[in-house]
Design a protein. Structure first.
Length: 355
């Protein structure tokens, strides 16, 4: 039951009004309502206010019926999302904890790859270290023996050794090719420096991590290929298949062995540093050049004595040959004289014939 305005006043009459129409009429401005005379009395104003209040209450009731279920649905969705995220976070945290547990038990990361090559601790890098060391010692050969003993005691080895004998006052020299464990390189070099006077040190490093990883990947792939070919060979039923598989298998195995040899060589270079150690004797002082008359006189006399000493040496070398030459010459002279004596009587007989 609604109060609606009528001509010349207000009247109470039943009216069936659609809630949507009532809300639309309430929300629309007064200028868009159905045309009609405006109320002119106080009673009419009160009646219209009642109509407005009724419309507002109906609109609010409809909004409550719509909003309350929507809010409940959103709340349930939010609670479900929070519960799912908490569950996934808990499961991922448990998984990470279980994955980290073996590392915590082991205590430290592994520094050795599948082929036995050792990497730098904490970095996983593969580094080849080479160097040249020059040391001056009083007795190079004896110092070379001590250096070899130091390297072998550290777990290394001597791959090459060259010695030069003393010449013209020089005490000789020695050169060693040393293979020293990379982990003990610094300590061994300190011991080698104590053999004499250090002249020079040159150390170079080469990172071969990428080469090592590439070799590992290629070896793994070839090994898998060889295993597959072996399986196919076991299942082959014809001679042609066996021949084809054997040919491919031989090629794969040759490549695999070549890569494994390269890997072993690389690991050896990483594990053992190569150091070229040169041991030389102190340089002899240069001869002093005479700078006054007395020094020149002494130098001249020494040169003269040296000349005669050289002549005497030459004579001593030639004397045996001269004696032999004199003997041969004397024999030749005697033979020539005898031949001449025999010819002289024959010539006299031809000059005085018998009468």
């Amino acid at each position: 039951m609604l109060l609606v305005p009528v001509a010349n006043g207000m009247s109470l009459m039943p009216s069936t009004v659609d809630p949507e129409d009532s809300r639309a009429g309430f929300l629309s401005p007064l200028s868009q309502r159905a045309p009609g005379p405006l109320p002119t009395s106080g009673r009419a104003n009160r009646v219209e206010r009642w109509v407005v209040v009724a419309r507002v209450r109906g609109y609010r009731g409809d909004m409550r019926r719509i909003l309350i279920p929507a809010v409940l649905v959103l709340a349930m969705v939010g609670l479900a999302g929070c519960s799912g995220s908490n569950t996934s976070s808990s499961s991922s945290g448990a998984a990470s904890s279980s994955a980290q547990a073996p590392s915590a038990v082991q205590g430290k990361p592994s520094t050795q790859d599948s082929t036995g090559g050792k990497a730098e601790v904490g970095t996983g890098r593969q580094v080849i270290t080479n160097g040249d060391v020059s040391i001056t010692v009083e007795r190079p050969v004896a110092a070379a023996d001590r250096a070899a003993a130091i390297v072998e005691a550290s777990g290394g080895r001597v791959d090459g050794r060259i010695e030069h004998a003393p010449v013209d006052g020089d005490r000789g020299s020695a050169q060693l090719t040393l293979r020293i464990p990379s982990t003990r390189l610094t300590a061994v070099l300190d011991q080698l420096e104590r053999l004499g006077t250090l002249q020079s040190v040159s150390i170079t490093k080469q990172d071969v991590t990428s080469e090592s990883q590439d070799l590992d990947a290629r070896i793994t792939a070839l090994q898998a290929s060889v295993d597959r070919l072996l399986q196919l060979m076991a299942k082959a039923t014809t001679t042609a298949d066996l021949i084809a598989i054997e040919s491919a298998l031989s090629e794969r195995q040759a490549n695999l062995e070549s890569l494994q040899a390269q890997k072993r060589s690389l690991v050896d270079q990483v594990d053992l540093s190569t150091i070229i150690l040169t041991l030389g004797s102190p340089a002899t002082a240069p001869k002093k050049v005479p700078d006054d008359f007395l020094s020149g006189l002494v130098a001249g006399w020494n040169a003269l004595v040296g000349f005669f000493a050289g002549v005497i040496v030459v004579i001593g070398v030639l004397l045996p040959w001269l004696v032999l030459a004199a003997l041969l010459g004397g024999l030749a002279l005697l033979l020539v004289r005898r031949i001449r004596r025999r010819r002289t009587p024959a010539v006299g007989q031809h000059d005085h014939p018998d009468e």
